[in-house]
Design a protein around this ligand. Sequence first.
Ligand SMILES: [Zn+2]
Length: 193
Amino acid sequence: MKREWMIDACSGKCIDVTEEQRITVVDLEGGQVVDFFAVSAKDTSEFLSTGVTIDCNESLRLHVGDLVYSNLYRPMFQILSDDVGEHDLLHPCCRKEMYDFFYQNGNGHPNCLDNINRALNERRTIVHPLNLFMHTKINGDGSITVARPLSKPGDTIVLKARMNLRLGVAACSVSESDCNGGKCTPVKIIVED
Ligand SMILES: [Zn+2]
């Protein structure tokens, strides 16, 4: 079975997947970051953890074959293929306070924290998702620079679910910086058996 979801610019969706299903994330127009978060279908206190993923993989980067882990150090996903090879594991979801901090425009600004909480019907106080296609340069002195994504129109990353999961996925709302190349665009998710 194959199911598809369009996620409009600056919005989010809830998608249920079962163990072994393949999830393809498509950057339709290129240069668009996808905030990709998940909770266990059985117990939402088990959730995707970028910190644990960095710990287990001993890397700040994701590679084909790598696992993505939950806060309980259990595999949630495996990376099956990746057209881009640049994703961010460091930044939390954008949120009202982030827009206020950098741009003084948080009121009424769409943001990934609200979009993912709404999609999951939750009220998490912070979410650290996989920021797919986000291009964070890690400099030698430890400083970081957010650059334009390297993703081209139609580029994908494919993940296999390693447990039954509920995904909260958002097309990131930042148009103020190079994060999304200065423009917010829609993305597509395909789930296949
Ligand atoms: Zn965002």
